[in-house]
Ligand binder design. Sequence first.
Ligand code: DQA
Length: 159
Amino acid sequence: MRGFRRKQAIEELTMKKILLVNGPNLRLLGRREPEIYGHDTLADIVDACRECAGELGFELVDFQSDSEGELISCIGEAPLKDIAGIIINPAGYTHTSVALHDALLAADLPAVEVHLSNIFKREDFRHTSITGSACIGVVAGFGKESYVLAVRALAARLQ
Ligand code: DQA
């Protein structure tokens, strides 16, 4: 391998990684309450994030689970997998999970919380984010764009 191809391969190997974590019910996006969450599927959102991350020189790794334990394990393993930062939509666990909050603190990586909907404009029980205080910032209310904004914000912090 030589010249441009070699340089490209080295760049890919040394690209910093961003982990995108999506919580419960987000695999249903596209058909889940589209009047609130829009028509984009989770695959559309992950593609948009990967494209944006790539343009900014980062590799995007993604994970979705409905299980709190699996989400916690994934975040716990992130520092061992050379992850530089985390973007997380904890979905319903945002409002309930001390354990996910603690996992984010334990990982000790910069994290951005993201929501498709504006959680402050919805039911009272969504106004509190337990996980948000373990993150450097929160983006909410812009649909798919919330995720892309989160990628930009995290990339700026990591650069
Ligand atoms: C959500 C908001 C949460 O309140 C809800 O439980 C979700 C999705 C959002 O992206 O707007 O599942 O995190």
